[in-house]
Design a protein around this ligand. Structure first.
Ligand SMILES: [Zn+2]
Length: 69
């Protein structure tokens, strides 16, 4: 379960989770504002046979986004 994302602390626009291709088979999960491009914590992870690691990474970046000042 990924927590619902709070609006951007800078401009109040919606934030979204992004999951981009990274190096060497790794992926990078991050949370960013769709309007001003502010970014929260980034987290690299290596996709496993199931979606567990991805869900964990998403959860972590979503929590980090929601808890920053
Ligand atoms: Zn913003």
């Amino acid at each position: 379960m990924t927590p619902e994302l709070l609006p951007c602390p800078f401009c109040g626009a919606a934030a979204e989770l992004q999951d981009v291709e990274w190096l060497f088979g790794r992926r990078r999960a991050l949370c960013a504002c769709v309007e001003c491009g502010a970014q929260g914590r980034e987290l690299d992870y290596r996709p496993g046979p199931d979606d567990g690691l991805r869900d964990e990474a998403w959860y972590a970046v979503a929590c980090a986004w929601n808890t920053r000042a």
